[in-house]
Design a protein around this ligand. Structure first.
Ligand code: ADP
Length: 525
């Protein structure tokens, strides 16, 4: 019997697990890791687009505010076309964020400026505007062309302050041609003030919890206004402000940078896939071990049934044949008759031993094997068993050498169970003795207690099976064992019995040299 090697079934099992579980899992993991970069790119794109929308909405807001002003100014001028200055003043009263309003023609002529500022700075502004309008004829002509297409474009002109201080923005648009007014009108406001007053609140709204929005004058390190503290390396996007060409608006993440966010996510996902794979592999390994054990057990059981049947059939056939011969009365020699009786007795004993082992095993399996433990003499048990079993051993060609300790070896034991254990050891020693029929039974004391030991010079057990031989149904898969009958239950019963006694077993065995099994019982305290 061979329950160690089940190459066909095991290989099929491995193949099945690899095909059904490991390959799909590995494929899925590889696919997921492979597509991470593209899905991360997708996320990055969506993110960038979202940022674009935020920046766009801010630009749009500034644009809407100024377009609203322009429309209001146009209305005021229309209503007061005869006295435009009155209309301009009325507009200024209603819109406190606007510093001045202007009307002028394309050459900067007929320039009327109404300002809430002092007369002195008003004059300086008037001159600055006239110079700009004259020098930017191209842009003004473009505004007229737009007007002919019914499009009221606002054109920003940056008016740097002559002596430092505030930069002004003039938003110029084309007037209605019919009103008899100069061709252009414009709103003038302080850039910083507009940004601080009109955009700051809006920045905080648009930034939300996740981002910081800020407006920078181009080339400057610190922002003109920001919705919160801002780290330069956390800036995600920057866009020009349509209304203020010398300013840009930036969006930054509050914590990590975009790359850090994406990278952290990527790493977390890969780690997750890794952990899942490890769990999956551990699960597969566990399933494999279990299924393999089950397959081996099923195989062992079926081999066991055929082994046991064989073990039953041989003695039964012998008993029947000898009994029939005796019954027919053909044997005349008393000696022969005696020999036949002996054989029948021996085979019956063998059957009894086998059936006992089977019954004990099934009780042991069901957890119903009772032990009647009481203080007693190990020496007595050993002596009785050896004496009873010696004729049987003799028949197998073994005459045991006995070396018993002088003193009485006392321990707590179940006489019957210990007898069975010893019987199994003697049976094995005789069965697996090969050509050298040496068999020695020793009792004695050692550090941990008292012992009985059975030694043979038989076929031995290869080292890799020393632990396995104590498992139920296990039989060493190679060599002479196949020629010897056995159920594979003997040593597992011995182990169960020794466990119940709180004792232990040592096994020393070298192939071709022999085996020594020692049963050690705890001493009586
Ligand atoms: P079995 O009915 O097969 O003898 P056991 O449980 O008693 O079952 O033993 C398990 C296996 O251990 C045996 O099949 C045999 O291969 C090996 N074995 C046990 N005792 C010996 C021994 N004294 N010498 C060599 N091999 C042994």
């Amino acid at each position: 019997m061979n329950i160690q090697r089940a190459p066909g079934a095991s290989r099929r099992l491995v193949l099945l697990i690899v095909l059904l579980v490991l390959l799909p899992v590995l494929f899925l993991s590889a696919y997921q890791i492979g597509t991470y970069s593209s899905s991360e790119q997708l996320i990055r794109d969506v993110y960038q687009r979202q940022l674009d929308v935020i920046l766009y909405s801010l630009n749009q807001y500034a644009w809407d505010v100024s377009a609203h002003w322009a429309a209001a100014l146009r209305l005021s001028l229309d209503e007061n076309s005869r006295a435009p200055e009155a209309g301009m003043r009325a507009f200024l009263e209603r819109n406190s964020a606007v510093e001045s309003v202007v009307i002028a023609d394309s050459a900067g002529g007929r320039l009327v400026l109404v300002s809430r500022d002092t007369a002195a700075s008003g004059r300086a502004l008037q001159e600055s505007l006239a110079v700009h309008l004259r020098s930017e004829r191209g842009r003004l002509d473009q505004l007229l062309r737009y007007r002919s297409l019914e499009y009221r474009k606002l054109e920003p002109f940056v008016l740097p302050s002559p002596v430092g201080g505030n930069v002004r923005i003039a938003l110029i648009f084309a007037n209605d041609s019919s009103a008899g007014l100069p061709e252009f009108a414009g709103l003038v406001f302080l850039e910083d003030e507009f940004i601080a007053k009109m955009l700051a609140g809006r920045l905080a709204d648009a930034a939300g919890q996740e981002f910081v929005l800020a407006v920078f004058r181009k080339g400057q390190e610190s922002p003109a206004t920001a919705s919160g503290p801002l780290r330069q390396d956390a800036i995600l996007q920057r866009r020009d402000l349509w209304l203020f060409p010398d300013h840009e608006v930036v969006i930054a993440s509050r914590g990590a940078t975009l790359d850090e966010l994406v990278h952290t996510r990527l790493m977390r996902n890969i780690a997750l896939v890794g952990v899942l794979n490890v769990l999956m592999l551990a699960g597969v390994a566990l399933i494999y071990r279990n299924v393999r054990a089950q397959v081996e057990l099923a195989r062992a059981k079926s081999t066991f049934v055929s082994n046991v049947s064989h073990e039953l059939r041989t003695p039964l056939a012998l008993i029947r044949m000898y009994a029939e011969t005796l019954e027919m009365g053909r044997l005349t020699s008393e000696e022969k008759k005696q020999e036949y009786y002996c054989t029948i007795l021996r085979e019956t004993e063998r059957l009894t031993h086998l059936v006992n082992n089977l019954l004990n095993f099934s009780r042991m399996e069901a957890g119903r094997k009772p032990y009647d433990l009481s203080p007693g003499s190990l020496s007595d048990v050993v002596r009785d068993v050896v004496a009873t079993y010696t004729p049987h051993l003799a028949y197998q060609g073994c005459s045991p050498i006995v070396e018993f300790a002088q003193d009485d070896l006392r321990t707590v034991l179940d006489r019957e169970a210990v007898g069975e254990a010893l019987l199994n050891l003697l049976d094995n020693a005789a069965k697996y003795s090969g050509r050298n029929k040496y068999l020695r039974v020793t009792t004695g004391r050692e550090v941990g207690g008292v012992y009985v030991q059975v030694e043979d010079h038989g076929i031995g057990i290869p080292p890799q099976y020393h632990a396995k031989v104590f498992e139920a149904f296990f039989r060493v898969p190679s060599g002479f064992v196949h020629d010897t009958k056995g159920s594979g239950l003997g040593l597992s019963l011995v182990k169960h019995i020794m466990d119940a006694h709180g004792g232990h077993i040592t096994l020393t065995s070298v192939p071709e040299q022999g085996t020594t099994v020692r049963l050690i019982f705890p001493p009586v305290i």
